[in-house]
Design a binder for this molecule. Structure first.
Ligand code: GDP
Ligand code: MG
Length: 194
């Protein structure tokens, strides 16, 4: 089975825009109205010769009693469970929000590898000082992207592919440690459970 990359994040951060940019066809619906993508949308693409399935999710609004937003959150949860790697998309225009922290916790509970991206950074050059806030999520280095222009999407895909299982399989499809890939000690490194 091909690796699966799921794009998750709050509504309106640009998940569908990013999906369309990566898939190269306008199959997903981009709207100014939060919550327009209500279901999961799948596409096939490849990067550096690695084929994978990309999933666009409707988005996660952590605290809501709106039925549609609840449904979208459940759909996103299913996508998270299916994913090999999760792209956690955030938005420089809104900055880091309390909901982003809650989504991050939800993602961390899944145990899946997470690649953090900050979208709507449309101009290249010195990054907006707000960009550094996203380090507070504790998910490592954020990747600056513009889903509209495509800036940063190569770095984003490189970071995702780094978590894919090795191409040649070697040994019959056993599950690998999500953050490790191969459980092979670097010099001086102690592996958990060894
Ligand atoms: P989703 O709800 O996360 O799927 O968000 P959408 O992809 O529907 O985008 C929400 C809004 O953000 C739309 O108005 C998009 O045009 C806008 N948007 C998405 N990506 C970018 C970007 O890279 N730069 C800018 N300036 N706007 C963006
Ligand atoms: Mg959408």
């Amino acid at each position: 089975m091909k690796p699966i990359v799921a794009i998750v994040g709050r509504p309106n951060v640009g998940k569908s825009q990013l999906f369309n940019k990566l898939i190269g066809r306008r199959v997903s619906i981009v709207e100014d109205t939060p919550g327009v993508t209500r279901d999961r949308i799948y596409g096939e693409t490849d990067w550096n010769g690695r084929q994978f399935t990309l999933i666009d999710t409707g988005g996660i609004e952590p605290r809501t009693d709106n039925l549609i937003l609840e449904f979208m959150r459940d759909q996103a949860q299913t996508a998270i469970e299916t994913a090999t790697v999760i792209i956690f998309l955030t938005d420089i225009r809104t900055g880091l929000t309390a909901s982003d922290h809650e989504v991050a916790n939800m993602l961390l509970r899944s145990g899946k590898p997470i690649v953090l991206a900050v979208n709507k950074i449309d101009s290249t050059g010195a990054p907006d000082p707000d960009f550094y806030e996203f380090y507070n999520l504790g998910l490592g280095d954020p990747i600056a992207v513009s889903a509209v222009h495509g800036h940063g999407t190569g770095d984003l895909l490189d970071a995702c592919v780094a978590y894919f299982p090795p191409r040649d399989g070697g040994g019959g499809g056993g599950r690998r440690h999500p953050r490790g890939g191969h459980r092979q000690a670097q010099r001086g490194q102690i592996l958990p459970g060894k």
